[in-house]
Design a protein around this ligand. Structure first.
Ligand code: F6P
Length: 325
């Protein structure tokens, strides 16, 4: 088992449903394989401020079904500085942590990578983000649950949109990635999706309005990826000015997308990747993320996982286009 005796686990960045299932998997698989487990609270801030507790199997019982993260989370600014990481390493030494499992998204895995390069601690990432924007894994922990939450909300919005014959712009999360928007649009039968992957190519609203809201369709739903400048409010304003005559409403789903019971898919993904993270530590791996590609566990170097260009299947645009006539 090489010379590592203790594994630290933390969640970082935006919480995602399934993070608790991942904490449970890491803790239980670690204990099964003879490691001591340290739960680190509030992400990297907890590593810096020594908010670290011994974890037993009891700490993680009854949590697989709950959203959020029992370890709490944070986006640590201090950890982005060399001084912050130095303080964090003092606590790593104090608690004899030989390997650190970081459950989080892009920024969190970047932090883990820097830390693993600077100090003698094996950093292993688990893909925990609703955005699904990590390279090298088909899906991230939390993405499937969020997709289902959005679809449920849109089904409800559809009822009122049809009753009043309105255009609804529904804004969803995803940061710079359109996976949530495009796939929730397909799954909810929405008429269009406005996504960052298409932003520079075409005026997506113009395209949608010109192609025509079908005559018989007096109501429609457009899913819009969040964006500081071009979110749902921006498009609703444009329709009011450029296409008067339509009754327009906006719903910004916001943080309700991040909460709730994780889906079976996310619980299984979290459990598989958590167990594999412990296996990877036993094998002597470092600076990798555990992903699942084509239903097989895969090790992806952290430097690859955080690439900003996870492939977006453009055929999904055609699927929605053809099915929304
Ligand atoms: O990365 C997850 C995410 O939910 C993004 O989709 C969103 O842009 C961001 O976090 C919101 O962050 P916060 O909870 O800090 O407002």
């Amino acid at each position: 088992m090489n010379n590592i005796t203790t594994i630290g686990v933390l969640t970082s960045g935006g919480d995602a449903p399934g993070m608790n299932a991942a904490i449970r998997a890491v803790t239980r698989a670690g204990i099964c394989n003879g490691f001591k487990i340290k739960g680190i609270y509030k992400g990297f801030d907890g590593l810096i401020n020594d908010e670290i507790k011994d974890f037993t199997t009891e700490n993680v019982s009854g949590i697989i079904m709950s959203g959020g993260t029992i370890l709490k989370t944070a986006r640590s600014l201090e950890f982005m500085t060399p001084e912050g990481r130095k303080k964090a390493y003092e606590n790593v030494k104090k608690h004899e942590i030989g390997a650190l499992i970081v459950i989080g998204g892009n920024g969190s895995l970047r932090g883990a990578m820097e830390f693993g390069k600077e100090y003698d601690v094996r950093c292993i990432g688990l893909p925990g983000t609703i955005d699904n924007d990590l390279y090298g894994t088909d899906s991230t922990i939390g993405y499937d649950t969020t997709l289902n939450t959005i679809v449920e909300c849109v089904d409800r919005i559809r009822d009122t949109a049809q009753s009043h014959e309105r255009i609804f712009f529904v804004e969803v999360m995803g940061r710079d990635a359109g996976f949530l928007a495009q796939n929730s649009a397909i799954a909810s039968g929405a008429e269009a999706a406005i996504i960052p992957e298409d932003r520079t190519d075409v005026d997506q609203l113009g395209h949608f309005m010109e192609r025509g809201i079908r005559k018989s369709k007096r109501s429609c739903i457009v899913i819009v990826s969040e964006s500081p400048k071009c979110g749902a409010l921006y498009y609703a304003d444009r329709v009011r000015k450029e296409f008067p005559g339509y009754d327009v409403r906006v719903t910004i789903l916001g943080h309700l997308q991040r909460g709730g019971r994780p889906s079976a898919h996310d619980r299984i993904l979290a459990s598989r990747t958590g167990v594999s993270a412990v296996e990877a530590i036993i094998q002597g791996q470092r600076n990798i993320m555990i992903g699942v590609k084509n239903n097989e566990i895969d090790y992806i170097p952290l430097v690859e996982a955080i690439r900003s260009d996870k492939p977006f299947d453009r055929k999904l645009i055609k699927v929605l286009d053809e099915l929304s006539i």
